[in-house]
Every structure is written in C-alpha cells, then in structure tokens.
Ligand binder design. Structure first.
Ligand code: SF4
Length: 306
C-alpha cells in the first residue's frame, strides 16, 4: 500500500500520488502518459492530476497495475488544501474497482496492454494478442483475479510466449488456468521454467504459426527472443524499446546482462524483418507509420550504438 507519509514531493497537488516505493518500471507512464512523468532522479510522479473521465480511468488502471503499490489515493481527511485541483472530482474506491475490471486495454487492432504488472518481473509490461487461431499472452502479468476473469471473457489463452527469463512471473498460474502452451528459449530456462511445453533452440527465426515468428535476439540475456506478429507488431522483451526523452528507439548496455556485442548483432538482424511497432517489456512502446519508417528508426539506433 502506498503511504501518504512517503508521498514524493514532485507530485502535483491532489489526491492521486506516487510514493517512495516506486521502482521506475514504466507501467504507469505507459498506461497514463498524460498523468505520470519521470523525475530526474528516476522515479515516477503525478505530473498532473487526471481531469476527464478517460484520464481518470487510465490513472486508476495505472494504480492497480503498479507492481509495488506505489500509487495511492489520499482521502479527503488527510489531503492538504488542493487549490486548483479542488475543482476536480475526487477519485473514489469504487472508481478503482471499475478500473481493475477494465484491464486489459486495447492499444492497437487486436493488441492489448494487460497492466497488472508483477514485482516478480520487475514490473515488466505484458500483452495479449487476440486472434482467431488462439490468443497469445506475451510475458507474464500478475495473475490477479480481475485480469484472469477478463482474459477468460476475451477468449482465454492458447499460447504464452515468454520473451526471456526475467519476465516469467506467474507463468505457472496462467498455464494451470488456461491450459496454454508456454514457449521460452532453452538458453533462458531455469528451475522454474524447465517444464514449459516448448523450449526453442538455436539462433534462427522459428515460425510458430502462419502469423507468428519467434526471433532469437540474444544479448540482454542469452535466450532473449522477440515475437513477430503479422509482420507488423514486434514484442521485444528487454531487447529494444522507445526512449521518450531521446525521441528514438533505444537499447542499453547498462541493462544488458549477457553480451552487449551479441545484443548489437541481434539488433542488426532485425533490419531483415518487416514490422512497424515495437512493444517492449520495459520502456516506451512505439508504433510507426510504416515498416519503412520503423526500419529508419532502427537503423538510426544501430548507427548511434556503433
Ligand atoms: S507503475 Fe509504480 S513502480 Fe512502476 S513507475 Fe509507476 S509508480 Fe513506479
């Protein structure tokens, strides 16, 4: 639970706040970018209290999705004078329950952001691909009861694709609940994931279905693997993401746990593929106007990294 006593001083006046538990996972900034921002010291804060109905819903989706419960609502009795913010209707506990039932949220045609980030995956974002041939869950969100129910309503899960060893969190719970096939690269299997149904091997892309290709991208971890859907959406785990501050695609040596030179080679191999969206575990999402525009952005990153 967030604690008012630990409320960050950067927060805008009002009832919604972030406290000092924040682990800078990106989840709130991706779900409600108009409300949450990143402070220079690497923590999220409420840059502006939500105003309209849509903003309020997205802010509360972020609240329930925060992996460490660092986002809180200050009740009227303990709130400081709000000034301008007092004209905004207060957020209520009932609003939080409605927000919990509203996840996942569709962010592109048939692509959903699950929210409900898990601390066991350091708050990594997970996605649902809703497709006639069977839904795919990309990486593991928290197995929260409201999310499990909504996933059931959206058609269940046929396949769970695990991009790498760090973002597997509640995979066993999802496998039991939905009877889904889990896919992970063998190089990232560990005691908790050795029994997944499919272990990928090697460095060559592997076609999983007519519209799904697994693309090994070793670097961040030895077994990191991206998932390409419809030659349009690339789910990248922690291999590649959008950096809003730099205004470009990004990959970082500072969070490369296995081999930086391999990671750069993996980025270069992605130039051979066609996609226009990058959907990462951590960092920003990017949906470009066309595959050509995305390729130009990827080439610019590769040139920057050298
Ligand atoms: S979701 Fe929570 S932990 Fe993640 S950046 Fe926001 S406040 Fe911090």
């Amino acid at each position: 639970m967030a604690r008012v006593a630990d409320r960050l001083p950067e927060n805008a006046p009002g009832d919604l706040y972030v406290d000092a538990q924040c682990i800078d996972c990106d989840t709130c900034r991706e779900l409600a970018p108009a409300v949450f921002a990143r402070a220079d010291r690497g923590l999220s804060y409420v840059a502006r209290q939500p105003s309209g109905g849509g903003e309020r819903l997205r802010a509360l989706q972020a609240l329930v999705s925060c992996p460490v419960a660092a986002i809180g609502l200050q009740d009227a009795a303990s709130s400081p004078p709000l000034g301008e913010a007092s004209r905004v209707p207060r957020l209520e506990k009932a609003d939080v329950r409605a927000a919990a039932r509203s996840l996942p949220v569709e962010i592109a045609d048939g692509i959903y952001a699950c929210g409900w980030a898990s601390a066991d995956s350091y708050g990594a974002q997970a996605y649902l691909i809703r497709r006639p041939a069977g839904n795919v869950l990309v990486d593991s969100p928290r197995a929260a009861r409201p999310l499990l129910g909504r996933l059931e309503e959206l058609g269940g899960i046929a396949t769970m694709f695990l991009s790498h060893r760090d973002d597997v969190a509640d995979h066993a719970v999802f496998a039991r609940r939905f009877g889904c096939r889990r896919i992970l690269h063998a190089d990232d299997a560990s005691a908790g994931t050795r029994d997944v149904e499919t272990l990928l091997r090697g460095r060559d892309p592997i076609r999983l279905d007519a519209d799904l290709v697994a693309i090994p991208v070793p670097g961040h971890t030895r077994g990191s693997t991206a998932l390409l859907y419809r030659d349009e959406f690339l789910f990248t785990g922690d291999h590649l993401w959008w950096d809003a501050d730099e205004g470009g695609l990004h990959a970082s040596r500072s969070v490369c746990w296995w081999s930086w030179s391999e990671q750069k080679q993996s980025l270069r191999r992605l130039l051979e593929r066609s996609f226009r969206a990058v959907l990462p575990g951590h960092g920003g999402r990017r949906i470009a106007a066309s595959p050509e525009a995305m390729r130009a952005e990827l080439r610019a990153l590769i040139d920057r990294l050298g």
